[in-house]
Write a protein that binds this ligand. Structure first.
Ligand code: GLA
Length: 452
């Protein structure tokens, strides 16, 4: 068993010295559980963080700009290679029963919505990429509160799981990928679950840096690498995350519909600009020139009858109204805001960052229509509180969380006031917490990893 003091020293650089003690307890418990379940022997330890997106929503699948932050809530994953080609998953939260599945380039899926589908997607994608037989592993997953990434809150617990599992599976099979490439594989792996997500969450979990937001241009360069910049988060400010507690039943369906609406926009704009493959390709054209080219509402059926080639998304019916103009307006203006946000942070102008966050929220609410009453309560309450510079919904939307930029000295008062105001309207107390920006996920090198 690892020496407790050595464990704290090993975890301090990751979590900070004040959190390292409780993290050491968490790690010790996970190691003990692993050995109880799978027997004694060496164990490798991995972690991957959740994220809060400062600005740049629904831009990534359009090859636009995003600016996420890796938060101090993560998925801890312990792994040991197996002699056979089976992956065994055991979750510290016993309400998720253990599961196992074969390593294959066609892994059978669990019922829709089952947590193991994220792991299955990763194993399948890495097996395809490796093109050689791979070994399985025994795995323990610890995403439990208070240190785990809250689930269903739009803080990307699923990508944290995918990334932690990919790091472990690659490591036990001696597969080595550049991080940006692994992010791409993890993104594609998540399509296994049926959502056509972008690369923001996985990239951030693999390439974030402490005390910084990650500016990412999600359009890959021809060699498959990406343009990034790291925007400093000054000590004098805090990021608060307020959880609306709302989890829309059909986020996947709504999300895929937005992807479809953007693709319809691409198909329409391609008539005028033949090289357009993603909305990103019209970013240099003034919005006033684009707007008249885009119908307010159209259906896939109509576009196809007009002879347009539209890349479809599974599950979107041909007669569903697609609100193309407003969706494209959000994406176009959001890309402008993210670039402005990076410039503001680079010159330390956090007040301007806050203004951009409010604007981004309005666009997400009115043009992308991904807000809800509870998120509105949080953003409008935050806006009135002293010390708050900006607030907006973060993540896919339709519930989930709000991110609030606040002066450090006002943070605890803002938490209390927000809870009070939310309670007055919705009769329950939302979770609101300050998060710090930690670094990317990876293998955690503990001093002594063997179990007793
Ligand atoms: C989800 C997806 C991301 C991104 C956001 C919206 O979190 O996983 O790729 O599209 O929604 O910005």
């Amino acid at each position: 068993m690892a020496d407790p003091q050595e464990l704290v020293s090993a975890l301090s650089p990751i979590y900070g010295s004040d959190l390292a003690v409780s993290q050491a307890e968490r790690y010790t418990r996970a190691l003990a559980l692993f050995c109880r379940r799978y027997g004694p022997g060496p164990v490798r330890v991995f972690r991957a963080p959740g994220r809060v997106n400062l600005i740049g929503e629904h831009t990534d699948y359009n090859h636009g700009f995003v600016m996420p932050v890796a938060i101090d809530r993560d998925i801890l994953l312990l792994a040991r290679p197996r002699p056979d080609a089976t992956v065994c998953l055991y979750n510290v939260e016993t309400r998720f029963p253990p599961v196992s599945f074969p390593v294959s380039s066609r892994v059978p899926s669990a019922p829709a919505g089952h947590w193991s589908n994220y792991a299955r997607g990763v194993v399948q994608r890495l097996a395809q990429e490796a093109g050689r037989p791979l070994r399985g592993m025994d795995v323990l997953v610890d995403g439990e509160a208070p240190w785990g990434v809250p689930r269903g809150s739009g803080l990307s617990s699923s990508s944290a799981l995918s990334v932690a599992l990919a790091l472990a599976f690659a490591a036990v099979n001696d597969l080595s990928f550049p991080r940006h490439h692994l992010a791409r594989l993890c993104q594609e792996a998540e399509w296994y679950t049926g959502t056509r997500g972008g690369i923001m969450d996985q990239f951030n979990a693999l390439l974030a840096r402490p005390h910084h937001a990650l500016f990412l241009d999600t359009r890959p360069r021809p060699d498959g690498t990406y343009t990034t910049a790291y925007a400093p988060l000054p000590e004098a400010y805090r990021l608060l995350v307020a959880d609306s507690g709302v989890h829309h039943d059909n986020v996947r369906g709504e999300y895929n519909l937005r992807v479809m609406e953007c693709r319809a926009g691409v198909a329409i704009l391609r008539q005028h600009f033949p090289d357009v493959t993603h909305l990103r390709d019209v970013q240099h054209i003034p919005w006033s020139a684009l707007e008249p080219l885009l119908p307010e509402v159209v259906t896939l059926q109509t576009l196809q009858e007009q002879g347009l080639v539209v890349e479809t998304v599974p599950g979107v019916a041909p007669d569903v109204p697609l609100r193309v103009r407003a969706r494209v307006r959000h994406v176009w203006t959001e890309n402008v805001r993210v670039q402005a946000a990076l410039a503001a942070m680079e010159r330390g102008d956090m007040a301007h960052l806050g203004t951009l966050m409010y604007e981004a929220h309005r666009s997400a609410r009115d043009d992308y229509e991904i807000s809800c009453a509870e998120l509105e309560t949080l953003v409008s309450a935050a806006r009135e509180l002293p010390g708050v510079l900006g607030a907006r919904l973060t993540g896919a939307g339709w519930g989930g969380c709000v991110v609030i930029l606040v002066e450090a000295s006002a943070a605890s008062a803002v938490v209390e006031r927000l809870q009070e105001r939310f309670y007055a309207v919705h009769h329950r107390v939302p979770e609101v917490f300050a998060c710090r920006a930690l670094g990317a996920g990876g293998e955690v090198n503990l001093p002594e990893k063997a179990c007793i």
